[in-house]
Every structure is written in structure tokens, then in C-alpha cells.
Design a protein around this ligand. Structure first.
Ligand SMILES: [Zn+2]
Length: 267
């Protein structure tokens, strides 16, 4: 555990992991092929031919605040709280919990046994996602909203973020729609350095090159593809330090060009 922390100016980011999923790569990315995965990304595919998207979260220390970005899956064997303990992140000290979007693998530890997991925190969610997921016809089929989001609103712990929401003077949201209607990423700007908390704009290092591959979970594929191309181009140009959620642990890196091909370069 040497590289689970990085900094952007005065902002400290600690990578946290709740667990990992498993799926056939062409099931997760229907536009990909097994040949490409085997030939170009053997390190991402296990002996059974599966890829393993990580359920990643982040602890961010900025302007005197301790912020958790996304809270993983929790069930059935989520390791987030153990991982926080191991990395010196005290859940009782968390000031804010920011959700990039309201999918089940990003809100899983909002509450534990019906009580807020982070007792002193206020919770922030994108307003556009809230508006979508709380529609009666949607919420009735979304147990994770009923169990991990609505109670926060009833407890008056939930604030909704409009576009370009300033979380601290160093952290500002950016609308990156497509994966969900209200999906956000977070721009980090501090002491002349730039970072970016990607959320689910991309799910795999393979998308550094194959930016047109949409994971099956993107709700609006055309918009997600447009967002991904725009954002990854910009991050390559800026050389920003990028924190990812679903890339392999610890998920910090940069999009860089090597021999004419864009790759994910681990920090
Ligand atoms: Zn996700």
C-alpha cells in the first residue's frame, strides 16, 4: 500500500476500494472483441477470461474538509470501512459525501442498517440525477434509491448540486452526462496543479484508446460517448492527474500519448 495516496497542489486524495465486480469483457463492453482484450490488454483479463471493474471510492482532503466521493456497493461483502481504517480515514471525521451519480455501486455505504454511515457528514448528489431517479416509475424499481438515498432526504442530510457546484474553493463539479442523466465529475485545481475525479465517464484503461466503447451500463450511449471523447481529450491535453473509480487499484494516473496511441499511465 505505497501508492494509495496522491496530491494535486494542496489537495490530498486517498484511493479506497469497496470490492470488485466480474464480467466477460464483451458483456461489459459490447463493442469490444475478445481478440482485442487478449492481444492488447492481457493484464486486465483473468485466467477465466473475466475483467474485474473495481468498486472504487475516494477520500479527499481539501480546504480543511474531509470528503468521501462515492460510497461503493456495500452488499454483500463490501470492504470500504475496513479499507478506510487501514488507510487512516476516520469515518466520524467526514464532513461531506459527494455522489458522482445515483447508481447502486456509488451509494452503497450511504447508510448502514438505516443510519448514516458518516455521522457528521452532509451528503451531496447531482440534482439532475435526483430528478430522474425519484420519478415514481423509476424509484419503485430502484431499491438502492429507496434504501440508500431517500432516507438521507428524510433525515434532512441531503443537498442537491446544480451544475458547476463549488464543493470547496479547490473542487468544482462538471456535468459529464450520458452514463446517467446527471452524472458529474469533479475538477481539482490547487496551487497551479490540475486533477480530475472522473466518476464513470470511463470504466477501463482500455477506453484511453477505445473511447467509443460504451459499457452496457451507460444509460444514454450517444451522450456518454460524446462526453468521454471530450473529457479524455481535454485531460490528455492538460496532463491532469486523474482519479478513477472502476480502473484497477489504486486508480490514479494520466491519459498520455505513446507512439501515437493514447494510453492510461498509472502514477
Ligand atoms: Zn459505477
Amino acid at each position: 500500500m505505497t501508492d494509495f495516496k496522491t496530491t494535486v497542489g494542496n489537495v490530498e486524495m486517498v484511493s479506497l476500494t469497496d470490492g470488485q465486480g466480474a464480467g466477460p469483457p464483451t458483456g461489459v463492453f459490447p463493442e469490444s472483441t475478445d481478440e482485442i482484450w487478449r492481444a492488447e490488454y492481457p493484464e486486465l483479463v483473468d485466467a477465466e477470461g473475466m475483467i474485474h471493474p473495481r468498486y472504487g471510492c475516494l477520500a479527499v482532503r481539501s480546504s480543511g474538509k474531509l470528503i468521501i466521493v462515492d460510497t461503493g456497493m456495500q452488499a454483500p461483502d463490501g470492504a470500504l470501512l475496513n479499507d478506510m481504517n487501514a488507510k487512516g480515514v476516520d469515518r466520524d471525521a467526514v464532513d461531506l459525501v459527494v455522489t458522482t451519480h445515483l447508481h447502486p455501486d456509488h451509494v452503497g455505504w450511504n447508510l448502514t442498517d438505516g443510519k448514516p454511515t458518516f455521522p457528521k457528514a452532509r451528503y451531496l448528489a447531482p440534482r439532475t440525477d435526483w430528478d430522474y431517479w425519484t420519478q415514481p416509475s423509476v424509484v419503485e424499481n430502484a431499491a438502492h434509491i429507496q434504501n440508500q438515498v431517500l432516507p438521507l432526504n428524510e433525515l434532512n442530510l441531503l443537498d442537491l448540486m446544480d451544475d458547476d457546484y463549488q464543493i470547496t474553493d479547490e473542487l468544482q463539479t462538471l456535468a459529464t452526462p450520458g452514463h446517467t442523466p446527471g452524472h458529474i465529475s469533479i475538477r481539482v485545481t490547487s496551487a497551479g496543479e490540475r486533477g480530475f475525479i472522473l466518476g464513470d465517464v470511463a470504466h477501463s484503461p482500455a477506453q484511453a484508446h477505445y473511447t467509443d466503447w460504451n459499457p452496457a451500463f451507460d444509460m444514454d450511449g450517444a451522450t456518454a460517448r460524446q462526453t468521454r471523447n471530450r473529457i479524455v481529450d481535454k485531460l490528455e491535453e492538460e496532463g491532469a492527474v486523474v482519479a478513477t473509480g472502476h480502473f484497477p487499484d489504486p486508480g490514479f494516473g494520466r491519459f498520455v500519448r505513446q507512439a501515437g496511441r493514447r494510453v492510461w499511465q498509472v502514477l
